[in-house]
Design a protein around this ligand. Structure first.
Ligand code: PGA
Length: 258
């Protein structure tokens, strides 16, 4: 089954109104070179509206980096409900990013609730899983991935993955310049897909699994050429138009190759 590549830029807590305009202009002029790749931009929440306006007549889509796990809007100071993100034109939202798990105390349970909250609002969650270096060295990668995935499966069921994207993001590769080798990425992606396939083979075959962690123009082709890597979640390199477009181009070239 062919799965269209998705390249998602996670800007994290970076940007200014002026800088974003320049970055988006740079990205938009190059998009025609990768017509078959789905391109997603996830700016900080305060820039969603202006970014959405810049993307309006383009193919690129808008996503958020986080949402509140609560079912209903209300007295939750500082939080953002999925309906609000939807109203601003978001299609996707990242949940379970390791920075949220480690720096902001998001447990597997909170992540699962965020996943559910996103889907209730019609947003597609980009559900991130990944092991730390210590866990990898202790040969716990698969048990960690299984546990993180299991929390969402328990709360939302296997069918929820028909409307979701999975992202394998080894914590030791995020923002470190240290990338998983294509073989390491493929092994983890194949494991995740097999976990899903054991419950529903059709959902597993259609599920896009992105790789994230120091993806750059130079290493994107090798990662994207792996059979179970369906695109990337890009942090640092999504802040430079040329780099980001180079990564999108690597995905496009891969589509031609199949
Ligand atoms: P990085 O971040 O590309 O800067 O490593 C990836 C991510 O955190 O999604």
């Amino acid at each position: 089954m062919s799965r269209p590549y998705l390249v998602a830029g996670n800007w994290k807590m970076n940007g200014t109104l002026e800088g974003n305009t320049r970055l988006l202009q740079g990205i938009l002029v190059g998009l025609e070179r990768c017509p078959d790749v789905e391109i997603l931009v996830c700016p900080p929440a305060v820039y969603l509206e202006s970014t959405g306006a810049s993307l309006k007549r383009s193919r690129a889509v808008l996503g958020a980096q986080n949402l509140c796990e609560q079912d209903k809007p209300g007295a939750f100071t500082g939080e953002i409900h999925g309906h609000m993100l939807k109203e601003l034109g978001c299609r996707y939202v990242i949940v379970g990013h390791s920075e949220r798990r480690t720096l902001y105390g998001e447990t597997d349970d909170i992540v699962a609730r965020k996943f559910r909250a996103a889907q209730i609002c019609g947003l597609t969650p980009i559900f991130c899983v990944g092991e730390t270096l210590q866990e990898r060295e202790m040969h716990q990668t698969e048990s960690v991935l299984g546990r993180q995935l299991g929390a969402v499966l328990k709360l939302c069921g296997i069918h929820s993955l028909a409307q979701a994207v999975l992202a394998y993001e080894p914590v030791w590769a995020i923002g470190t310049g240290r990338t998983a080798t294509p073989e390491q990425a493929q092994k983890a992606h194949a494991f995740l897909r097999a976990q899903v396939a054991a419950r529903d083979a059709r959902i597993a075959a259609a599920l896009r699994v992105l790789y994230g962690g120091s993806v750059k123009m130079d290493n994107a082709s090798a990662l994207f050429s792996q059979p179970d890597v369906d695109g990337g979640l890009i942090g640092g390199a999504s802040l430079k138009a040329d780099e980001f477009l180079g990564i999108c181009g690597a995905a496009q070239a891969q589509m031609k190759a199949v």
